[in-house]
Ligand binder design. Sequence first.
Ligand code: UGA
Length: 470
Amino acid sequence: MRISVVGLGYVGLVTAACLAKWGHAVRGVDTSAARVTALNAGSLPIFEPGLDELVAAGRDAGRLTFGQSIPDAVRDAEMVFIAVGTHDGNGGWQTDTMRTCLAGVVPEMPDGSVLVVRSTLPPGFVSELAPIVSRIREEVDRPPVRVLLNPEFTREGRAITDFLRPERVVIGVLDDPEEEGAARLHDLYTPAEAPILVMSGINAALAKLGANLFLATKISFANELAGICEGFGASIDDVVEAMGYDSRIGRSFLRAGVGFGGSCLPNQVSMMIRSAEGVGVEASMLRAVDKVNHGQRTRLADTLTRLLGEPLAGKRVALLGLTFKPDTDDLRDAPALEVARLLLERGVAVTATDPMATARSRVGQMFSTLRLTDSAYDAVGGADAIALLTEWPEYATLDWTAVRALARGRIVVDGRNYLSAQEVSDAGFLYVGVGRGHAVPPSETSAELPASEVAENEPRERRVGVEVTL
Ligand code: UGA
């Protein structure tokens, strides 16, 4: 099939590359000249494992091309996917980009072709979409095109597998007489060997949002439960493991930590609070999800400053990991950025590192006073406390005895419950997780035990095996 994909961000580029892999002739379009030039030169504007190879294979096979001209891309397309952004970067929806995109794409589409919107839409906009498209067609005096939604359920870092082997495909019908367009899209997804659900447009839009809201709820629930565990000296790891054997519950997305970030979950929670209000629903649960999530970031910064003790000036924290999760260079709403900001505001010196060079350089542009290093070992040099904020695999294999020799203090705050508490404690650190045992006893705060002195002066039995929590 001849397919166009408009918008070459995470969603669009993955869609284009995967459809080319399935043998289709795909033309990707983006309004950014820099992005198109980079793609044509074989360089990807984003990091996604396996995407380089997939894009290169598509280009080499002549099935994947990139351009800037919408008319050139769309004129012969049997199906056009739209994957442009719909949030305003400030916790709200925006449809201006989508409207502009439709105004450029729709007049050029062949008669009877299929428009597939893959962007996550504000529910209130779903009923407007098909009328906008048909109005544009009428204005240019051309027969209608079919309009479908096809929300994506791909996770950054696993986007290719999620596209090629999805757990389900959802097709929302907006304007599609006899559902012929839906049948074509259904055929397109045959290689995915997944259940394909065809439903109304609004149901499809809310199925997508509902899935993300539920995932966000699970994480905030786990974080709240972690707080309860701390109160009773329990371990969230054991609690969740036992809960997870219940097939009604499962184990996934119950990892406690510094909370969820990224361009999807945090935005969609806050945007849906407003969308719900618009239809008279208070969304008190989503408010709680949002509150718990943002509270985790502040809480982690508070724990660090409490452990460092006054005066904060002259103290240094090393942050390990900046991206919102591993296997991506995406920093959008990354909890690490908020933690860094809070620490800097309180006068703490911050050194940070991340395996992604692109992420490091963008963080350098955001915070002029933050020091960045390429390696974790450089970052921990002279640090009074170390905080792990992204669970990059390389941090699981750190030599904590070597880290101990480089650091000035002995505090490790594990914001992802990713490290071995035993290993870290055995190296002489005070290990602080999230919901992993009792809250930090007052005697462990550096007000009484200055971090820089404790490591040197404390008897080993006092230093070893200390496992506390935020
Ligand atoms: C999310 C959804 O998982 C995808 O299904 C969806 O398609 C996508 O949004 C989207 O709407 O486009 P993504 O934003 O890539 O995917 O990231 P997730 O893997 O969902 O992780 C989000 C955040 O939650 C990360 O910061 C992660 O560290 C955090 N998280 C995840 C936890 O804190 N605990 C967990 O147990 C799981």
